[in-house]
Design a protein around this ligand. Structure first.
Ligand SMILES: *Cc1c(COP(=O)(O)O)cnc(C)c1O
Length: 341
């Protein structure tokens, strides 16, 4: 199979149309078989549920080439399970989890020419999503849905080298205590746009959201979970029902314990104790871990000892180990790599 003529290492993070995408439709209470199509456009009724009441959920993962030349995705079964949880919360029919993984495999395989080569740092970003497609004017769940998987090649995350982020403690809230913060829904992103545009205008890279009820505990950013390293090398991450359960974060906590022999704990983390941590990072599919150098809380600066030039030592070990597992350089736990064949 011949690869597309793309300058992989200079790709950014933008939509690049690929050859095929997967589409399945839910109608009269059942999903159809689904198929690959070349048409990247969707024609919807003007009153479609997704357009009027934002009934849509999504997932995000990467397909890439390992050191020994296999094309793989990382733990897609967890994306399938999470999308099922998201769908149930928005009263959408679940796309069966085994069919979800099959659809990922089919779509990546059909776009194999866009999977970047090993060592380029680039990946094929995979975006499964689902939305209410029939007309809905009274507020209720749609009766018909479409599940789709699109792919787009994206460049290396740390293109000019790793640069620790500066984060602002936001005055906006991301998620209500019993709301939708724990599901991957477009609605959580629509309402975060004003907060992130404002933070960027003020010169910050990201927002740290606090728990909406007490505004004393750390939640997450708009699209990534926090991990912290204590001064005695323990890895800690916030526990909350309104955080999106990041697959990267769950994998890093496992790596900390099982590969690095570190203590790793999910617990409530108060903003007050953040100043005592040695390292801080943001975790998600896109970057695996982005180090945080500084957090600014209304003029009060928290500067981590790891500084503004590089990752902290434990963050670096976590990053190297998990990316090593993903790229096939370090043996993966059973079931973590799904080979596309
Ligand atoms: C997708 C997402 C993450 C990261 O999850 P991964 O499974 O690691 O990619 C974190 N927070 C939010 C709000 C997200 O939407």
């Amino acid at each position: 199979m011949e690869k597309k003529n793309i300058d992989w290492s200079n790709l950014g993070f933008g939509y690049v149309q690929t050859d095929k995408r997967f589409v399945a439709n839910f109608k009269d209470g059942a999903w159809d078989e689904g198929t690959l199509t070349e048409d990247p456009n969707i024609v919807l009724n003007e009153c479609a549920g997704v357009l009027q009441y934002a009934q849509t959920v999504f997932e995000g993962m990467k397909a890439y080439t390992t050191e020994d030349g296999r094309i793989v995705t990382f733990r897609p079964d967890l994306n399938a399970a999470r999308m099922a949880d998201s769908a149930r919360r928005l009263e959408m029919p679940v796309y069966p989890e085994d069919k979800f993984v099959e659809a990922i495999v089919k779509t990546v395989k059909a776009n194999e020419a866009y999977v970047p080569p090993y060592g380029s740092g680039a990946t094929l970003y995979v975006r499964p999503y689902m939305f209410g497609s029939n007309s809905v004017i009274g507020v209720k769940p749609a009766d018909e849905y479409q599940f789709r998987v699109l792919t787009t090649p994206v460049g290396p995350y740390f293109k000019g080298g790793v640069k620790p982020l500066t984060i602002k403690v936001s005055d906006f809230d991301r998620a209500a205590p019993h709301g939708t913060g724990h599901i991957k829904a477009g609605l959580n992103y629509a309402m975060s746009l004003h907060a992130i545009v404002t933070a960027h205008q003020e010169g910050y890279d990201e927002n740290m959201y606090l728990d909406a009820a007490t505004r004393t505990k750390v939640e997450e950013t708009g699209g990534a979970n926090f991990i912290f390293v204590t001064k005695d090398n323990k890895v800690v991450t916030p526990k909350s029902n309104s955080i999106l359960p990041s697959i990267t974060r769950r994998s890093l906590m496992y790596v900390a314990k099982e590969y690095l022999g570190l203590e790793a704990e999910e617990r409530e983390i108060y903003l007050d104790e953040v100043k005592d941590f040695a390292e801080c990072g943001l975790c998600g599919t896109a970057a695996v871990i982005s180090p945080v150098g500084k957090i600014v809380d209304h003029g009060k600066e928290i500067c981590f000892p790891s500084g503004m030039e590089k990752m902290g030592p434990v963050t670096q070990k976590l990053y190297d180990t998990l990316t090593g597992i993903q790229m096939g350089r370090i043996e993966a736990p059973e079931g973590w790599l799904k080979v596309i064949e």
